[in-house]
Design a binder for this molecule. Sequence first.
Ligand SMILES: [Zn+2]
Length: 519
Amino acid sequence: MRSIVFRGSKIAVALVLFLSVLPLSTAQNTDCNIRVTLLQVNDVYEFTPVDQGTRGGIGRVLTLRKSIQKENPNTLFLLAGDTISPSVESITYKGSQMIEAWNLAGLDYATFGNHEFDFGPDVLKERIKESKFGWIAANVIEKSTGKIFAGAESFVIREFSGVKIGIFGLVLPETKITSRPGPDVEFLNPCDTAKTVVPQIHERGAKVVVALTHLSMREDKEVARCANVDLIMGGHEHTLLESSAGGAPIFKMTADARELGQIDLNISKTTGELASIDWKVIPVTSQTTEDSVFSSIYRKYAHLLAELDRPVGQTSLALDGRSAENRTQETNLGDFVADSFRKATASDVALVNGGSIRVDEIIPAGRLKMRDVLSILPFKNKLVKIEVTGALLRETLEHGVSLVAKNAQPGGFPQVSGIQFSYDASKAPGARVVDVKVNGQPLSPIRKYSLTTTTFVAFDGGDGYAMLKGARVLTAPEQAPLDSEALRKAIAQPRPIAPKVEDRIRRIDKTQQTRSECQ
Ligand SMILES: [Zn+2]
């Protein structure tokens, strides 16, 4: 257990850190102090356990919450943002499965994370209506009404045995551009908002102020310095962080409820002020059983969960699904996905836009499940085989690398199969492709080739591939598999797959280019 003791003013904070994990029954609930326990999770995208079942699981968190609450009825359970997106489940249920889980788990309050707006403001409003817990966000405003978004609270005041604490919420302003909150939602400056809200909380008689935030650590520290907050419970980084600024400790758990943060506020009964804080990080592991209440949600989603859990095959090499890599250079997963498209349709060449590969992590070597396949290609795009001339294929590749070297990560970057090409990004867009080979032979501008890609690229001109519109269709989408189905089949081999980066795409202008490191 670790502690901070406040002696007099917060300027004279004495930091006392204990690394031992003492039972919390030793925490003070003395004659002069009231102990209020705050339980923290943040960035929880799946209600089931993660890491092959070894960590997380909201059903386990519920078990822990109940036992902690039994010991101290003055307990609140808080979520510091990011839950309704992204996940494979949310492709179907748009986060309603997470709200159900939080309702069952007895969550008290949540603030919004940036990902709460991924499905747009109307879907989030639906999720808020389904919630049996409160949403608090002081800096998320509807421009048209000037009020907090969707009837959420700016702050809440809770009273325990005569002492009051105030909790207010703050959300990343960059959500405006990184997610889809729509034109009517505005994110005010967190520091300015805190300066306004904290005095309002004090006016309501609470001397202890907790900020429940979904901000970057830099912004959390700014808030801690610019307003009189006693504690910040945050999220967003997916890293276990224990920090402090302006006399206020700042805590963040990693993600997916791998840990439950337990923070005890020892509040003076006589003054109502914070006397000290004790905290510990409780690993959520398979040693904790899931509360039986949770079986209802497993029953409801049994079909989907069984489907996602279905073993597909094995990989003996890690698969590089990171977005930045797939959007800027050849990766072993990009090669493998493109190969799966080509194989499924028996075409000369195949292309997948890097932006379609969504998993955004390195999938470790080992067993692959359907959840992995759908995490890689979640959109269920249809494949189509079209006929292109060599000249058109070259134009297509030129487009694919046209935005490279702008430090951008365009989704259109091509991952290819049956093609080997080099390009020079120091040249003007449209004149960068230096050399192209198709299945070992130099590209002939007049020869016709069959190309398989998704309908998103070929028909919709997705990621700017408008040049492919109108090409002759050789295999219609109705006759071709879905992208994820082609990938599943390619993985489902008797022997583990072992995709390597095969030097299909060579950038010749940039020496500092880094190759995928996870072979
Ligand atoms: Zn976030």
